[in-house]
Design a protein around this ligand. Structure first.
Ligand code: GLU
Length: 568
């Protein structure tokens, strides 16, 4: 058994280069001065790939809670696992989050040279650069008999790393091995100072383990802000704090960083819930105040047969970069996330359609504690609403940006005459009930392509029940009187006149009262014009369409259809 003095000696042997004490760290990272109730939150991704749709959840919640309370929201890059790190992933994460309007007050940023830099006084914000800070606390734990080294040979080390990797990703599954593991760990605790000296002299690597004082028979009562009241068994596992390369595990880095950076609320995936007992222990050993926790459930999706499944990395909709390609406006995605996050968001939004989602009083209590269901249909509905409320200018800018990246030919058409494109986008926009034609920018070309001669073609045929001669006559008669300077009433009166000349009903009431009395109605005459001018049976308001197309195009299209009908 080591004495207090031995622990102190041990800490010096293991960390001879650490000269600072925790007190020094406290001075370097003073408590934040913030208004009462201000929350400090962070998003702490590991740079192991793209931003998952699920990542927008903790980041949006963190952003809302911090900014709604006058607090601070920061970005920390958790890059302690070099093996899983993907080149450029951190830069990609920062860009993607910015694209979705997630505003950080401090943390890792992309510097002028394109490389990651720090912004803020609580950095470095990349864990890989915080090695010396962790070692100060590691030394303290050793000096207090709370942590001990386990030296290993190379082969043993590899096996340990494999276990540790699993521990970091998913809590270790301890079944029949439990007892043996614990027994082994208990034996390893008994290392002597002489043994340590010999190992160090031989250059053997060591991992630092925490000396757990928990009893799993005993339960810790804990309140998670989403999951509610929980009872979790105390931790009795001597888990790894520092790996053999001196890099901390998630557990250790979480405690040290969230303490020094002043995090008040930890918002993270529920896969970390099984590690909570470890974190509670670690905060206690380190003398840190435990932050509040919110463990959020995995996002679910429905599979082909309607069963709920986790939205996995490979599923459509998981990778945030896909949304740009699919043509979703960032605002649509953000709004959709809000509808998933807070059950009363939609109601609020219906009452305040003009307000940005940042005005919504986000409430933790309104969050679902089971997984939200991801659904493209719902996303599209939300998106149609969002796009319908944008100005024509905004729609043009975003659509052009998308088209330039993903449909350059269409992009060229849009860019060739911005005023024309904006006039098209302005149709049916701005009123109380705006048109909802677009869910994504991919929908723009099929919706408005007919405005461009390059894309115009007759997609829909005239219904069989109308005589070709009637249609041709209607188009010719309209053409004779058409004047693009007419206002809407005059324009429509002319269509009615055409109907009358054809023997069709010009008054819809009369027609509806006795449809058999007429070969058709003024609505059919409008349809004849619509197909000729837009190539489709459905289109936005014909008057507006003709106004935007302009007299020359309208006349050319009517003439073209008359020719086609003649030759048919
Ligand atoms: N780096 C951890 C992860 O990506 C962060 C968890 C946390 O927010 O504490 O799962």
């Amino acid at each position: 058994m080591m004495t207090e003095l031995d622990f102190k000696t041990l800490s010096e042997l293991l960390f001879p280069n650490v000269t600072k004490a925790p007190e020094d760290m406290e001075l370097e990272y003073p408590a934040r001065v913030l208004p009462e109730g201000a929350k400090v939150t962070r998003f702490a991704p590991s740079p192991t790939g793209f931003v998952h749709f699920g990542g927008l959840f903790p980041s949006t919640i963190g952003e809302r809670l911090a900014h709604q309370s006058g607090g601070v929201f920061y970005l920390r890059i958790e890059d302690t696992d070099a093996k899983r790190e993907v080149e450029g992933a951190a830069e990609g994460l920062i860009k993607t989050l910015a694209h979705y309007g997630i505003r950080f007050d401090e943390g890792a940023v992309i510097g002028k040279d394109g490389k990651i830099a720090d912004q803020g006084i609580y950095g470095p914000y990349r864990q890989s650069q915080r090695g010396p800070i962790y070692h100060v606390y590691a030394k303290k734990l050793v000096a207090e008999g709370r942590a001990y080294p386990v030296f290993t040979t190379k082969e043993e080390l590899e096996a340990l790393n494999a276990v540790d990797k699993k521990t970091e990703i998913k809590e270790r599954d301890w079944h029949e091995d439990d007892a043996r593991q614990i027994e082994k760990q208990r034996a390893e605790r008994e290392i002597t100072l002489d043994e340590v000296k010999a190992h160090l002299a031989a250059g053997d690597p060591f991992v630092l383990r925490l000396l757990a004082d928990g009893d799993p028979e005993k339960k810790i009562r804990f309140t998670d802000l989403i999951k509610g009241n929980l009872e979790i068994p105390e931790n009795d596992e001597d888990f790894v704090l520092l790996k053999s390369d001196g890099i901390p595990t998630y557990h250790f880095a979480h405690a040290v960083d969230d303490h020094l950076m002043g995090t008040t609320h930890v918002i993270r995936g529920e896969e970390w819930l099984p590690s909570l007992a470890k974190h509670i222990m670690l905060f206690r050993y380190l003398g840190f105040k435990l932050p509040k926790y919110m463990h959020i459930a995995q996002i679910m999706r429905l599979d082909e047969v309607g069963n709920k499944k986790k939205l996995s990395k490979r599923d459509m909709g998981a990778n945030m970069d896909d949304y740009s390609r699919m043509g979703y406006a960032p605002a649509s995605v953000c709004e959709y996330v809000m509808t998933l996050l807070n059950s009363n968001y939609e109601e609020w939004h219906a009452q305040n359609p003009e307000l940005p989602y940042t005005d919504f009083p986000f409430n933790i209590k309104k969050m679902s504690n089971s997984g939200c269901l991801f659904d493209f249909q719902k996303l599209n509905d939300v998106s149609k609403n969002v796009l319908s409320r944008m100005s024509a200018e905004e729609v043009y800018d975003q659509c052009l940006e998308w088209a330039n990246a993903f449909d350059p030919d269409f992009g060229k058409l849009l860019a060739a005459d911005p005023d024309y494109a904006k006039a098209i986008f302005a149709i049916g926009r701005g009123g109380k009930k705006p048109r909802k034609d677009l869910a994504t920018w991919c929908d723009a070309k099929p919706y408005m392509g007919f405005f461009y001669d390059e894309l115009f073609n007759i997609e829909d045929a005239y219904p069989e029940n109308f005589a070709k001669a009637d249609i041709e006559k209607a188009l010719s008669l309209f053409l004779d009187t058409y004047d693009s300077a007419d206002d809407m009433t005059v324009w429509f009166d002319k269509i009615k006149a055409v109907a009358e000349q054809l023997g069709y009903a010009s008054d819809m009431k009369a027609y509806k009262a006795d449809p058999a009395a007429y070969p058709g109605s003024v609505a059919d005459v409008s349809m004849f014009l619509r197909v000729a001018v837009t190539g489709k049976l459905n289109s936005p308001d014909m008057y507006a369409v003709m106004q935007v197309l302009g007299e020359d195009r309208v006349k050319a299209r009517l003439n073209r259809m008359i020719e086609t009908l003649k030759n048919a």
